[in-house]
Design a protein around this ligand. Sequence first.
Ligand code: ADQ
Length: 487
Amino acid sequence: QTQLRGDQVIVVSNREPYIHEQGPEGIVVRRPASGLVTAVEPVMRACSGTWIAHGSGSADREAVDRHDRVAVPPGVEDYQLRRIWLTPEEEQGYYYGFANEGLWPLCHVAHVRPVFRESDWEAYQRVNQRFADAVVAEARSEDPVVLVQDYHFALLPAMIRAQLPQATVLTFWHIPWPNPESFGICPWHKEILQGLLGSTILGFHTRFHCRNFMETVDRSLEARIEAEYSTIRFQDKETLVESYPISIEWPEPATVAAWPSVAQCRQQVIDRLGLPQDLCLAVGVDRFDYTKGILERLNAVERLLEKAPEWIGRFVFVQVAAPTRASLDEYRSFQEHVERVAERINTRFGRPGYRPVHLLAQHHEPDAVNELFRAADIGVVTSLHDGMNLVCKEFVAARDDQQGVLVLSRFAGAAREMTEALIVNPYHVEETADALLRAATMPPAEQRERMVSLRSTVREFNVFRWAARMLADAGRWRLRARVEARV
Ligand code: ADQ
């Protein structure tokens, strides 16, 4: 970050780091459940820049308009938040339509068919242009550093570059990039690639996603790929395509010292949910999304109770699932399906005073999520496909007692780093049930050995490392551009 000292940093993301809602006593501020916010906010706090995002608070329109630029976090005010207010049609087409019914299923191999509507694509282009104009309006120099976040803004890098050719545009794609055949079904795949190639640096979580991107470009555009340097030259402009595995902010010792003990957390969860005292507790925490493998893990829990009936009455699985994109049919029917399966398992294996599955379809505050992680014997992450997945990293960060077992999908980017977890193919019910069983009976010494190693990985490769590597690369590219301009 030292190489960027004095440079202006602007972040663009769809989601705001803070949502302002109109309460009976005035505006109240809430923090949304989002991997992206968890990851990027510490960076903004450290470099006090401007964050441009889609304003989503339910606060009455007039009141929010007066607050379309605020200093955040509340009470700390380290950086500026500038909100862009979208019309309902823009939000429908750009966000729900093209981004979440088109690009999200297109990039995740979860066997959900993407939907491509001309009108959604038009809204997506229009909204990207509105954000590009906001970046230009916020820029105090010709060459700000702009951090573009995610699949909502594939066209933004080239749009920014058209108006600010000297800008350093760092784009991070938080979701997977599929193979060229899969990506090619998008009717506007060339426009999307051209948009992204406006970036100075384009980041993915894994090398695998970088390679998929470069192959997609190779098949679709007249571009020169330099595999050796991981760069793409397109229309006289060079883009570095690099992997930057995202992570979490590792908790400070003082924060950890203030947490209730593991025993207290466990008792609170047992009391609140009315669970048996002598139990094996497995937990999952996700957005209620079809890519997260929630159905698959329920099937595995059911199979476990079938093949190891001695656990009936003692094995409890708690799934916290934050409602998300609930206006889309695919999400509604997915949630209903999950609820039916949970019900089926409870009917089949439940008895008075015992329900094997507790499905809590709510957003939980970070302290409540942390309490659940500390209370658990097993953390379960079974994504069918996931760029990275931060939940598994948060689970190990919560376990300063060095106990607890992580069961992790091999299809999450995190599986590449977190090799001491029990790695599973969530599509394989038997294998996942066996992993849960193995976790339930793992001796404390083995749990400790695995957990110590997982914790040291996440502590070292934390979110500051993610940001620092990207910003250091940006600094080098800026220096190079200045040197070349002199020649
Ligand atoms: P997401 O798909 O949102 O992120 P993830 O990385 O798991 O997924 O992060 C979710 C975050 O929301 C975590 O911080 C988690 O604690 C929180 N959360 C989830 N459910 C919650 C609930 N019910 N209540 C409260 N908090 C909840 C996208 C990509 C990921 C990538 C991140 C960051 O899909 O692959 O890891 O961006 O790049």
